[in-house]
Write a protein that binds this ligand. Structure first.
Ligand code: AHG
Ligand code: MN
Ligand code: MN
Ligand code: MN
Length: 332
């Protein structure tokens, strides 16, 4: 029963942002506007995603990105759409993107916010019609508005985020975000072009029966991870792994479960990127009562040293994340 709350399920994102305005630090409306800009870009990418097979935007773009990955056309399109929405919106001074080698300085003398973004998460699933996503983190710049963008504006620990969220282009398209006052989920109604509040105040179950890991790299895991995953099998947990972090994370957030991407030979620091994948999901996890660790420390406490740095990521139900840390300690 939502009585007493000024908003209810079915509230539009716009109205929700307005109603929750008072929750925002520095409630001067810029962060609200920035969230609207992101939602607009998400609507545009959603439209392109749902018709990828029809409009020849499937398949490889023909370039390798700074990650050493074969960029998909939709990686590039999503990147352009979000960069354009963020630069036109007027609130952002700098962008870090998975698909850009270096920081994009928007030369915006009034922009207060820095956005780190994975424009299209789960690219390997685009051509086979499996859910994909977008992940974003929002920071306030540390240096004076209007002055040149400096390293300390960009290399902020995840705990400095003022907002974070993801879009899941799935059986329905959802926008899930936090501004530090809990996590709320919105479902997109195509016919109206609006996101509606569908999952108010998401709280993750404190434990679960689902584990998400690419078992193909099992022979490369450190002993503690192997021990933990074998424990999951002894307890007859379900293995669910889609190859799209956002989809696995979202399912585990709602149902209870844990996502693991350990260090491997190919990715000795883990595959997932700190600035635009792990930090955003870690902030959302903690705001929903879940956890996110690199195996030894909170993801949100890691001080970044390079733009595209990777980290092992273990995130989901609090008790399950603590269990992973216990197995890692025991195997030292
Ligand atoms: P991206 O498509 O943005 O590069 O991210 C892909 C990530 C993540 O979404 C997914 O969980 C993971 O890569 C899958 O990696 P493996 O194929 O190595 O399991
Ligand atoms: Mn990629
Ligand atoms: Mn990704
Ligand atoms: Mn990506």
């Amino acid at each position: 029963d939502q009585s007493g709350l000024a908003y209810s399920v079915g509230t539009t994102l716009d109205r929700f942002i307005k109603l929750k305005q008072s929750d925002f630090p520095f409630a001067s409306g810029e962060l609200s506007q920035l969230l609207r800009d992101i939602a607009l870009a998400a609507k545009i990418v959603n439209r392109e995603t749902t018709r990828a097979g029809l409009s020849n935007i499937g398949g490889a773009f023909g370039q390798v990105n700074v990650q050493g990955e074969e960029q998909q056309k939709l990686d590039v399109i999503a990147n352009i759409r979000f960069m354009r929405a963020l630069s036109k919106g007027g609130e952002v001074c700098a962008i870090v993107s998975e698909e850009e080698d270096s920081v994009i300085d928007l030369q915006n003398s009034s922009g207060k916010y820095v956005v780190a973004i994975d424009p299209l998460d789960g690219s390997s699933n685009i051509d086979v019609n499996i859910s994909i996503g977008t992940i974003f983190s929002i920071y306030r710049r540390k240096t004076t508005v209007g002055s040149p963008i400096l390293k300390e504006d960009i290399m902020q620990a995840g705990r400095e985020q003022v907002a974070a969220g993801y879009v899941l282009y799935g059986s329905s398209t959802m926008l899930v975000y936090t501004t530090g006052c809990g996590v709320n989920g919105f479902t997109y109604e195509n016919s109206l072009g609006e996101f509606f509040l569908s999952h108010p105040d998401i709280k993750a179950p404190e434990t679960g029966q689902i584990y998400s890991v690419n078992e193909g790299s099992q022979l490369e895991w450190e002993q503690g991870i192997l021990d933990y995953v074998n424990q999951c099998k002894r307890e007859k947990f379900s293995a669910r792994y889609t190859g799209s972090l956002v989809a696995d994370f979202h399912r585990n957030l709602l149902k209870g479960g844990i996502y693991l991407y350990p260090a491997t030979e190919k990715n000795p620091s883990g595959k997932l990127r700190l600035l635009y994948e792990a930090n955003a999901l870690a902030y959302i996890a903690e705001q929903a009562g879940a956890k996110a660790t690199d195996g030894h420390q909170r993801i949100l406490d890691i001080i970044p040293t390079s733009l595209h740095q990777r980290t092992p990521l273990f995130t989901g139900s609090a008790k399950m994340v603590l269990e992973v840390e216990k197995f890692l300690k025991a195997s030292k």
